[in-house]
Design a protein around this ligand. Sequence first.
Ligand code: HAS
Length: 546
Amino acid sequence: MNEAVNRKDGKIALSHIAVAFVALFLGAIAGLLQTFVRSGEIELPAGIGYYQLLTAHGVLLGLVFTTFFIIGFLYSAISRTTGTLTNFSNKSGWLGFWLKTIGTSITTVMILLNKATVLYTFYAPLQASPWFYIGLTLVVVGSWVSGIGMFHQYATWKKANKGKASPLMSFMAVATMVLWLIATIGVAVTVLFQFIPWSFGWVDKINILLSRTLFWYFGHPLVYFWLLPAYMCWYVVIPKIIGGKVFSDALARLAFVLFVLFSIPVGFHHQILESGIDPVWKFIQIVLTFMVIIPSLMTAFALFATFELAGREKGAKGLFGWFKKLPWGDVRFFAPFMGMLIFIPAGAGGIINASNQLNQVVHNTLFVTGHFHLTVATSVALTFFGISYWLIPHLTGRTLTSKINKLGIIQTVLWCFGMFFMSGAMHTVGLLGAPRRTAFTTYGDHSVALSWMPYQTAMAVGGAILFVAILLMIYIVIYLAFWAPKGYEEYPIGEVNEQAEATPLFLENWKLWIGISAILIILAYTVPVIDMIQNAPPGSPGFKLW
Ligand code: HAS
């Protein structure tokens, strides 16, 4: 195994990470302004709309920051663990990068021109400029090209190492991209066959229910596309940083396989309150949703085991003695750890959302917004920051200094504080009935709406703290990329515990897993989708309400 990522391959990863952090910065400005507008502190100048900002925030952070960071990180992981990329994989890496970057630029310009104020979920019948959808298509096609490059590298390694299990990190990267490719079929179909013809005016009407269903076929696995790279860090990188071992290679692979199987046929849990879908099919998909919780519970188990075994190796005694042996002063550990810790309430919120009856209380309220600010914007984002502290200097031939390590710890603490205020207030006020996706309003000074105001102010306070944390992070990223002392920063990859069971090779039988995944998708979606087409509602013209 290479100890360092090849320089040429590293440039692909770095370019992706650079775009990711530019998107993070722009998206954060939108986020800060939103919290101030929503709490009634400011009004936006120059005709900028609240929903325009909200669209920019969701697209730049939810779609661009994540996708670019993930693909950059996965390329680095594959190159680090399977060796220098083949010519084909390297070229695919660059082609994918440019397609995604051109697509992102088109989409962002459309949002800034106020021609695509449709939020990141672009629900019909809100209708954007066709160029918004074309930009998104390029991002998706670019990500496919990147994925094919990774598959090629993995297949080349497998051919040269017949009968051996692939390196764990590469396996995880491939599983993440398999999930992504299957998931994006849904969004590709709705954008190509519904949104683009409708927004160009080639057809007058759109089947809203079908478009939302195809969106959520993609939208739920999307959240695991965000989560799995964080899990790669938790399973493989963290053991090395804490001086321990990967608890079980087989368990980690099985968890990733379960995500490929169960993360897709569950989109209806975002549509529990959507009329026109038979409750039986909603019920089936909710049962499958509870199945997709299992690999996260397995992950929690494996992490506790990793921490405990590492602690006992270092002489920890008692039930919780290992806790003190963790490297609290090392930001490469501390930031992802805070992500894990916060994933416990974040995941509990997900289970609340997924429960049919409780969903009636929280759907379309700020509770859901609170949920995803803990999951993606804290557990995942803090882990991505944790990766950046060593990955960026590793790729630029520099080192993480103790000053930046300290700043990173301050950044993490600020992030957790900011999120405590913002997401805590969102969860609470959501339970009091405050809707999501709304600008400032007192609903004619209604007493219930007025009771939400203190929470919205708390959201703005949290948002301001988070903005300071983002500025700090951007400074750290620039420092690590350009100013940190030259040197060598380790790319940490944990070894597997000698006492773990051997990894069964069937875990890499992709034909089997993709086959089962296809069967589950067909089972969960065929009948309801046929129903939506055969008994289609009249369809809707486009609306531009901004
Ligand atoms: Fe979710 C809505 C259900 C996980 C993101 N979710 C959303 C939306 C987003 C999102 C963005 O069923 C909004 C979409 C929109 O715009 O409308 N979600 C779930 C469930 C899970 C879940 C069941 N969500 C995530 C993750 C996300 C994410 C992960 C991003 C990364 N979600 C829903 C539902 C809705 C929803 C409904 C729709 C609501 C509605 O009505 O609109 C599960 O996967 C969660 C399982 C997680 C766990 C936690 C395991 C804990 C671990 C940490 C261990 C910690 C350690 C450290 C070891 C069971 C692994 C501790 C150390 C110590 C010392 C203590």
